[in-house]
Design a protein around this ligand. Structure first.
Ligand SMILES: *Cc1c(COP(=O)(O)O)cnc(C)c1O
Length: 360
């Protein structure tokens, strides 16, 4: 077996221990005589899987009782529509556009009401997070929307906007469970799990009780109503059972790693290793503004398309996979999620040093 260091932005690396456990339970889940993929979502075995997963997530994030946890399908992108459909009672919302994902969410929201862009960093190719202290929010906005970590541009909010009492809605797809957060500062937190939590196919929504209502926009499909899913404990229809099971294993793994404090410490150390090298390098440079850079996604360039391509090709031969950057930034991007071991980042930095020496 040869595992590579997988720097993919998503679907992305998962903890080896989790994959090994899933493999060992594949044919016979805890004496059931069948795999989790084959069992009824109404069975006692699955009930304990989904309830256990929710409880572990609540423990990890410190989710208060007045928040609901929903395990959904459709990816983060479906929430771009579901959020306005469920929350836009006044048909108005304020969006901060700090990258491609918030831009897409903003565009989708405009189909349902008066979504306003209150700040944007598009002027400098989303290389920074707009100043959230200078926001002019709308009085009638139903919520304020951010994408907390912009996966493509490698930026993160180090400070949340003051929303003046309006619910803050955050797409945390690429920073989910990477460090502790204060859930009570948000009205709704959501993400596709395939970046930093589990396999593609599960979207987690954590939403404050008072935002789960019957009062949704006319025409909101039953399946997209938060209330449908909340009232049925995410079992209104068949949920993505196997994906939820894997998420549950990852939650247990995270607990064993010292929870989110433990992850934060490790993630900061890993990112520091890479950023320290990038900041000192004469060949490579990071593309995100230093104050706003993410500890999850690290885009960098050499300044030459040719050298970038050479780097990506040679890295692959050295067991460093999926390091090519997104086309809107170019160059390279190292996604160093929870499950990327420190040794993986070390191997990347050593490879970069070698490449720099050879191509100076
Ligand atoms: C990947 C990503 C999405 C899109 O997720 P899907 O599950 O593919 O719809 C949305 N937001 C962010 C921040 C992402 O990284």
């Amino acid at each position: 077996m040869a595992r590579v260091y997988n720097f993919s932005a998503g679907p992305a690396v998962l903890p080896e221990e989790v994959l090994a456990q899933a493999a060992s339970e594949m044919l016979d889940y805890q004496g059931c005589g069948m795999s989790v993929m084959e069992m009824s979502h109404r069975s006692a075995a699955f009930k304990s899987i989904i309830e256990g997963a929710e409880q572990d997530l609540r423990d990890l994030m410190g989710i208060p009782d007045n928040y609901r946890v929903l395990f959904l399908q459709g990816g983060a992108s479906t929430q771009f529509a579901a959020i306005p459909m469920n929350l836009m009672q006044n048909k108005a919302a304020d969006y901060i556009v700090s990258g491609s994902w918030s831009k897409k969410a903003f565009k989708e929201a405009k189909m349902y009401g008066d979504a306003r862009c209150v700040a944007s960093s598009e002027d400098e190719n989303f290389s920074y997070v707009p100043d959230v202290r200078a926001l002019e929010l709308s009085d009638d906005a139903d919520y304020v929307y951010i994408c907390q970590n912009e996966t493509i541009y490698g930026t993160v909010y180090h400070e949340l906007p003051d929303t003046n009492g309006k619910p803050l809605v955050a797409d945390v797809s690429s920073c989910f469970l990477s460090e502790p957060i204060d859930v009570e500062r948000y009205g709704l937190i959501y993400g596709g799990v395939q970046k930093n939590v589990g396999p593609a196919g599960v979207t987690i929504v954590i939403v404050r009780d008072d935002l789960v209502t019957e009062d949704v926009l006319p025409g909101t499909p039953t399946m997209l109503r938060f209330k449908t899913m909340a009232d049925n404990d995410s079992l209104y229809n068949t949920p993505p059972c196997y994906g939820i099971y894997i998420c549950g294993l990852v939650f247990k793994w995270l607990k064993a790693q010292g929870g989110l404090e433990g992850m934060q410490k490790r993630n900061r150390e890993k990112a520091q290793l890479l950023y320290d090298y990038l900041d000192a390098s004469k060949l490579f440079s990071g593309t995100a503004r230093v104050e706003d850079r993410s500890i999850m996604n690290v885009p960098f360039v050499t300044g030459s398309d040719e050298l970038d391509a050479k780097f990506v090709a040679e890295a692959k031969k050295a067991g460093i996979e999926n390091i090519k950057g997104h086309r809107s930034v170019g160059g390279m991007r190292a996604s160093i999620y929870n499950a990327m071991p420190r040794e993986g980042v070390k191997a990347l930095v050593e490879f970069m040093e070698k490449f720099e020496a050879e191509n100076a």
